[in-house]
Design a protein around this ligand. Structure first.
Ligand code: CA
Length: 363
């Protein structure tokens, strides 16, 4: 076995190529090559870009000892194939969102977002100080998975509507693309929920196949052409107030990784998480101004208060039903932890961020 001192000496002469040979059988000195699959389309702004930037950072921070090949959704396996592939160890890691797995681990939806859930600040506090990340990893462990927060979209928009929504009555029979728990809430309000991939939503709106569709926020929505086909852009994104994406890692491979490379991965993921939130805030602001300029007929419209109140109540019903349906008890456990954290944070939120944002005279 090589001592670290000797290793450095040899590596200095032989360079990276010599590393693998000299350290054969000793993982901590080997050149580690992993594959990462993502749920994002190739070149998808911020999310796929962020996954690729993460791989670049890992390589830089490990001085080339760890190299990650990134495969966008559908290029190695289907976009939503990551959970199974990483769990089985077919690939080592992935960039996705835990709310894509409601059929496998329903409780994991809380760690991305739930309707009326946490903003970026709040989920960051919950995951990194409030026990959220420990809970997430506890429910992922039986699936041989480790989760690290990476990529956050910030507050999303409520979606594009072809007609104005004045009351809950206007939602009855409305056909809308809105996935996940938000879709379940809207279905209870009388909406006919249609599931379509992001790229098919604009054509469906244009042809009148659907009356409304949500996607992400101004930056991504403008790019896909939503302002050309619908004129009411609703806010706030009550169904996705701060979607937290995940870096998913095969647990066995993670545990075999040298501690310093684990630290590199963690540090790079946290850097990219911050980077992504900054990108979303900046690009959304820019795109919103652009929409206003290019499409003056688009109306930025707030959901009526009564509608938001109904969605709020129906959200509680949906979450209670989900908790009852999950026989493993995990959903209930995470839901209770989420509610407790929310309660603990309430007063502070009321007199800090929420008070600040409400205070017109401070602007
Ligand atoms: Ca969305």
């Amino acid at each position: 076995m090589l001592k670290r001192r000797d290793f450095l000496k040899v590596a200095g002469i032989g360079g990276a190529a010599a590393l693998t040979t000299l350290s054969s059988g000793k993982v901590s000195h080997a050149l580690v090559k992993w594959r990462m699959v993502t749920s994002w389309p190739p070149k998808f702004p911020i999310l796929q870009e962020g996954a690729e930037l993460f791989a670049k950072r890992v390589e830089e921070m490990s001085a080339g000892r760890m190299k990650i090949d990134v495969f966008a959704g559908g290029t190695l396996i289907p976009p939503l194939g990551g959970f199974d592939a990483i769990s089985a160890g077919t690939v080592e890691m992935g960039s996705s969102a835990s709310y894509y797995w409601p059929g496998k681990v329903p409780a994991a939806q809380f760690f991305t977002t739930v309707p009326y859930g946490f903003t970026f600040d709040e989920i960051t506090a919950w995951l990194n100080g409030g026990g959220g990340l420990e809970l997430w990893n506890e429910i992922y462990a039986p699936f041989n998975l480790v989760a690290i927060p990476m990529l956050n979209t910030g507050v999303q928009m409520g979606g594009w509507f072809r007609k104005e929504i004045k009351s809950v009555e206007d939602l009855k029979g409305l056909k809308m693309c809105v996935p996940g728990l938000g879709g379940k809430v809207m279905a209870k309000a009388g909406v006919s929920v249609v599931l379509l991939p992001g790229g098919e939503r604009v054509p469906a709106l244009e042809k009148g196949v659907v009356d409304a569709a949500e996607w992400v926020g101004p930056a991504h929505d403008l790019r896909l052409g939503f302002p050309k086909v619908a004129k009411y852009y609703y806010y706030p994104g009550w169904h996705e107030p701060g979607s937290q994406c995940e870096l998913m890692i095969n647990k066995k491979k993670w545990e075999e990784l040298p501690k310093d490379l684990q630290a590199v991965i963690r540090a790079a993921a946290y850097e990219i998480n911050n980077w992504s939130y900054a990108q979303f805030e900046m690009e959304n602001a820019k795109a919103l101004n652009e929409i206003r300029k290019q499409f003056p007929d688009v109306k930025f419209t707030r959901f009526p208060t009564d509608v938001l109140k109904v969605f709020r109540k129906l959200t509680n019903d949906v979450l209670a039903e989900e908790a009852a349906a999950d026989k493993t008890g995990a959903f209930k456990k995470v839901y209770e932890a989420y509610l407790k954290f929310r309660k603990d944070m309430e007063l502070w939120g009321d007199i800090s961020a929420r008070a600040y944002f409400k205070a017109e005279e401070l602007r």
